[in-house]
Write a protein that binds this ligand. Structure first.
Ligand code: SAH
Ligand code: TYD
Ligand code: ZN
Length: 405
């Protein structure tokens, strides 16, 4: 049992992944002995239905100067954020001298287009290295964690924001009350707070248990977001399903009563009711499927190992930390992982200590099998790695179940 970070209700645990490392801590051999571990377990609030981690990792352990994740590492995501910026520029940001704030702007994938359009903006990004990359693209960025005090300072220096946007960031923030008080301080009376994050209904539907790791503290549904918004004087006025990152939803919040909710909100709430997403029976069935995937994946990898087949990992994702450490997959079964992120190459995956190599190593020589940890980018990666298939290589996927293609 735990206490809900949104409503202080009772949180009932439904899955325990055990001891897990920081998902984005790509380590050197000198760090192996001092790696940080915590208990990764997830539960659901009986009052507001918010799914959340049972234990919180201190934010400075995760988001710092060397945080390696780059939003611009995928062409699909770059295009997604360019479209997002264009949409805001054509809709919410059309008035006189509009101001937009992005929480967790990372390397500037979204704000770059806003800066190029000459629109007043500010990215709030605590991870210094990626913030510098955003600044190099002409993005105005402030190195800080967004919370109530940051919002007060920005409001004083820049005035109210028409749009506050956060992609794959709000779900990273357990101190959600401080964030909402900050949004209340900073948002213009007719402004919108828009955020997009992995959709818990998709995680259940696809059994994509690897979405659960240290940085992903909350797992949103329309129902839980509506309750969270209401607790802080806001209202859920629109929802938009997104195909990116294995299925997300973009939520639009406005001040309570300021905008009429769309039919899409009503429809998604009705759909969720049918799916029983907060029912312990649904969540226990999810837990059973997770165990089935673990058993299926490890036995497949052991069989391939015994047959003398070579296997490489593809994409040193944060998600893969949960897969390797929960399933007990180490360099014996997957000797290396290829990844395009410079800061991950030459390092070792957290906990499992599988070495990370540059993408060129993938073809040198091709393995017999590639375990696709970046399954959310399957279309993009498979399109660029057609020579692997042509050479007889096969992809192993574990979402929504273990299969080889
Ligand atoms: N928006 C980008 C990055 C997502 S990764 C994208 O969708 O690709 C999450 C980002 O949130 C990281 O860059 C991290 O440094 C940042 N972050 C974490 N806590 C934050 C906080 N309290 N305020 C603002 N950004 C935060
Ligand atoms: P992603 O799945 O976006 O996020 P997370 O780390 O939050 O789970 O990470 C994708 C990883 O895959 C990232 O480290 C970059 C890498 N990658 C490649 O190596 N090649 C590619 O073509 C793409 C699209 C990603
Ligand atoms: Zn709650």
């Amino acid at each position: 049992m735990g206490e809900c970070r949104v409503c202080a209700g009772t949180v009932t645990e439904f899955f325990d992944f055990g001891r897990q490392p920081l998902s984005d801590a790509f380590v050197r051999p000198a760090d192996f002995a001092s790696e940080f571990f915590f208990r990764l377990a997830v539960g659901v609030c009986a009052s507001c239905s918010m799914v959340q981690l049972m234990d919180e990792v201190p934010r400075e352990h995760m988001f710092h100067e060397d945080y390696p994740y780059l939003s611009s590492g995928s062409a699909v995501m770059r295009a997604h954020f360019e479209r997002t910026a264009e949409r805001f520029l054509a809709t919410e940001l059309t008035g006189p001298d509009p101001f937009v704030v992005e929480l967790g702007c990372n390397d500037g994938a979204m704000l770059k287009a806003v800066a190029e359009a000459g629109v007043r903006h500010l990215g709030i990004e605590p991870s210094g290295g990626v913030a510098d990359l955003a600044a190099a693209k002409g993005v105005r960025v402030r190195k800080a964690f967004f919370e109530e005090s940051t919002a007060l300072e920005v409001r004083e220096s820049d005035g109210p924001a028409k749009v506050i946007f956060a992609a794959n960031t709000l779900c990273h923030i357990p101190y959600i009350g401080s964030v909402f008080r900050g949004v209340d301080t900073l948002l213009a009376p007719d402004g919108v707070f828009v955020f997009e994050d992995p959709y818990f209904a998709e995680i259940v539907r696809r059994t994509s248990f690897d979405q659960i790791y240290d940085e992903h503290f909350f797992f949103f549904t329309a129902r839980s977001v509506r309750a969270m918004a209401a607790a802080y004087g806001f209202e859920l006025v629109d929802v938009e399903p997104l195909a990116v990152h294995g299925g997300e939803v973009r939520y639009t919040l406005a001040r309570a009563g300021a905008r009429r909710p769309t039919d899409a909100v009503r429809d998604l709430l009705a759909e969720e009711e049918g799916a029983g997403l907060a029912d312990l029976s649904t969540l226990r069935a999810f837990a059973t499927r997770v165990e089935g995937i673990r058993d299926g994946l490890t036995s497949l990898l052991r069989d391939l190992h015994e047959q003398g087949k070579t296997v490489a990992g593809y994409g040193a994702t944060a998600k893969s930390a949960t897969v390797t450490n929960y399933c007990g997959i180490g360099p014996d079964l997957v000797p290396y992982v290829c990844d395009s992120t410079p800061a991950k190459q030459g390092r070792f995956m957290p906990g499992s200590h599988i070495p990370v190599r540059e993408p060129a190593a993938f073809a040198d020589p091709y393995p017999d099998y590639a375990l696709l940890f970046a399954w959310n980018h399957a279309a993009e990666i498979m399109a660029k790695e057609t020579a692997f298939k042509d050479a007889g290589g096969r992809w192993i996927l574990y979402v929504p179940e273990v299969h080889v293609i």
